[in-house]
Design a protein around this ligand. Structure first.
Ligand SMILES: Nc1ncnc2c1ncn2[C@@H]1O[C@H](COP(=O)(O)OP(=O)(O)O)[C@@H](O)[C@H]1O
Ligand SMILES: [Mg+2]
Length: 332
């Protein structure tokens, strides 16, 4: 795909948070592109900055968070330059988001149906009965067997998987060009997780929608992604097309994540086999942010941070080992 196919392009984005101890970047100089019709996965352990990256793209940061620098290009406009009103129009029409806990995202005191109807009427001036009809169609479309019955149900009466289907139906109600899905299946059991991922893939192929899929599970990446960006401590450490990255991961962090993919039959997808933890935003190590956990780290890694450089066509890594200068360093 060429550059003109880009739907979302995040350029050099730094988002910071005010905390008791000062203001620190949670993501620093993040750069990635999502092309039309593509599923791009953002993967990394908890605390890597995946959610901050997606909330920044949607311009839905909490009050303590702020974009310090960078650009977010979406359909030819830099979202960091738009007014609140322009942004809410884009969010209602071209971009939607779904979250990890669908039960939390739905209002417990209203029926699912009335919430979908409201979502539809928020960005489309249609009658209540037309919106109701459309809501039933959407529920059918996301694989809900008895849509009319589910319309009358309250969220607590439904399973997590069912609620996530309802959130997806609501997200689709405006026919978005981009769906941002932040760990949409993490709270669901394995079978339901597979069904929801299948649904997202089907919707992508039917509508040509792009999906930014956030996950801590490389198994999900293997299943879903065209391209992947591996984040660690607020930076993209490696990115590229998913086959190349799995075949030949260049960053020790990516290699560690791949080694920690649970084997078939093993429950859960938690990444816990890399020793140590993701540093907090106020205590980033010097040099390469991963060096304290990296078995291959050298003085160069402790001293200075490598750039994200091309390793093969369509792939980049932020690692001194991938730099042309590495061999010389080692030799010298
Ligand atoms: N409201 C906030 N205030 C301070 N720090 C925050 C806030 N939200 C997120 N962070 C910090 O930003 C970093 C990235 O968080 P997050 O994007 O939620 O990670 P991920 O989604 O990859 O698990 C973490 O260190 C987290 O503690
Ligand atoms: Mg998160």
């Amino acid at each position: 795909m060429n550059m003109s196919d880009a739907l979302l392009e995040i350029r050099n984005l730094t988002t910071q948070f005010r905390t008791d101890k000062g203001t620190f970047p949670a993501i620093a100089g993040v750069h990635f592109t999502i092309n039309k019709g593509e599923i791009v996965c953002i993967v990394g352990e908890s605390g890597s900055g995946k959610t901050v990256a997606s909330l920044s793209a949607m311009q839905l940061l909490p009050p303590a968070g702020q974009i310090a620098s960078g650009e977010i290009w979406f359909e030819g406009r830099d979202l960091t330059k738009l007014s609140k009103k322009q942004l809410s129009q884009i969010r209602g029409k071209s971009m939607s988001m779904i979250f990890q806990d669908p039960m939390m995202a739905l209002d417990p005191v209203f029926t699912c149906g009335s919430q979908i109807v409201e979502a539809i009427r928020l960005h489309e001036s249609v009658s209540r009965s037309a919106a109701y009809k459309r809501a039933v169609e959407l529920l059918d479309h996301v694989g809900i067997a008895h849509p009319s019955r589910v319309m009358e149900a309250y969220p607590h009466e439904l399973s997590g998987g069912m609620c996530q289907r309802i959130m997806i139906a609501m997200a689709l109600s405006c026919s978005p060009k981009l769906l941002i899905a932040d760990e949409p299946t993490t709270a669901l059991d394995v079978t339901v997780q597979a069904q929801i991922l299948e649904l997202l893939k089907r919707i992508r192929s039917e509508t040509g929608m792009s999906i930014m899929l956030i996950t801590h599970d490389l198994g999900v990446v293997a299943e879903m992604a065209d391209r992947v960006a591996v984040m660690y401590a607020g930076k993209v450490m490696e990115e590229g097309d998913v086959r190349s990255i799995f075949r030949n991961p260049r960053h020790p962090y990516t290699q560690g994540l791949i080694r920690s993919i649970p084997q078939p039959g093993q429950r859960g997808g938690k990444l816990h086999s890399i020793a140590g933890n993701v540093p907090g935003i106020g205590s980033m190590p010097t040099g390469c942010r991963f060096h304290p956990r990296c078995a291959d780290a050298t003085d160069a890694c402790r001293r200075s941070e490598p750039d994200l450089i091309e390793t093969e066509e369509g792939c980049k890594a932020r690692c001194w080992k991938a730099h042309p200068s590495w061999e010389e360093e080692e030799a010298g």
